[in-house]
Design a protein around this ligand. Structure first.
Ligand code: NAD
Length: 241
């Protein structure tokens, strides 16, 4: 079988890194487009410096990969940031940065990879959204809006590029990653765990498994949709900040 060529943004840490590990374990050739090199060892993903907010840079990286490997089969727009603060205190420059990474970053990757997939006749565009796109979480209004935008992109692009290219999002609930560790104290983490029906945060590898499925032939009839991986949080209506 031909080796799958997979590009993941923000794979130097957290969910992206676990996803890169999952795909390399499955035999794929994985490129990690991230601002920084991975701090912890990875299972063999190839790191290329890239700022996802820079359209030209993303297009250049995808162009290099296509020249080296002939194509990109799967592109996962995962790089994202969140900033925890009240809505009335949000500063315009912070909002611009967040939206540039979380929304324009997805558009940049999906355009660059989607163009060559469409010409090649097949491919899968994936992104990391969030349960925050669906439920209202206080102190994350701009982040929540950015993830809702990702779901909207997912639906629209699915219609435009079908039947050649599929799109899908994974919407994680709470995941134990460096991003989460930065923003939550141990006490806050315990409080959140008590409200999640499964009683805990997800491990990054559990989000990676969802991406692995959505990229596979097993998911060939899934497009324009999100797969929520949240331990029952949304089903239970227990959204918590
Ligand atoms: P993380 O902070 O561990 O990793 C994010 C990675 O993105 C880092 O390696 C960082 O260097 C990279 N990055 C940031 N800005 C970039 C840019 N401009 N260009 C290229 N790379 C950039 O975060 P994580 O928790 O693994 O989150 C990954 C994704 O999952 C994000 O989109 C986040 O919104 C989403 N998410 C996280 C959780 C959670 O609980 N951790 C829940 C739902 C959704």
């Amino acid at each position: 079988m031909t080796e799958q060529i997979v590009v993941i943004t923000g794979a130097s840490s957290g969910i992206g890194q676990a996803t890169a590990d999952r795909f390399t374990a499955g035999g794929a050739r994985v490129y990690n487009l991230d601002l920084t090199a991975p701090a912890a060892p990875t299972a063999g993903a190839i790191w290329r410096h890239c700022d996802v907010t820079d359209h030209e840079q993303v297009a250049a990286r995808i162009g290099e990969i296509v020249r080296e490997d002939g194509r990109v089969d799967v592109a996962i727009a995962n790089a994202g940031i969140s900033i925890r603060r009240p809505f009335l205190e949000m500063k315009p420059a912070e909002i611009d940065t967040l939206l540039a990474i979380n929304v324009r970053g997805v558009i940049n990757l999906w355009q660059a990879a989607g163009r060559q997939m469409y010409e090649a006749g097949s491919g899968v565009l994936l992104a990391t959204a969030s349960t925050n796109a669906t439920a209202g979480y206080p102190w994350y209004a701009d982040y929540n809006a950015s993830k809702a935008a990702v779901l909207a992109l997912c639906r629209s692009v699915a219609l435009e590029l079908a039947p050649r290219v599929r799109t899908a999002c994974v919407s994680p609930g709470y995941v134990m990653t460096p991003m989460q560790r930065l923003e939550y104290t141990d006490e806050m983490i315990d409080e959140v765990n008590a409200k999640i029906p499964s009683g805990r945060h997800a491990e990054p590898a559990e989000i990676a498994s969802a991406f692995y499925f959505l990229a596979s032939a097993e998911a060939a009839f899934i497009t324009g949709q999100q797969l929520v991986v949240d331990g029952g949080e949304l089903a239970g209506g227990t959204a918590s900040s």
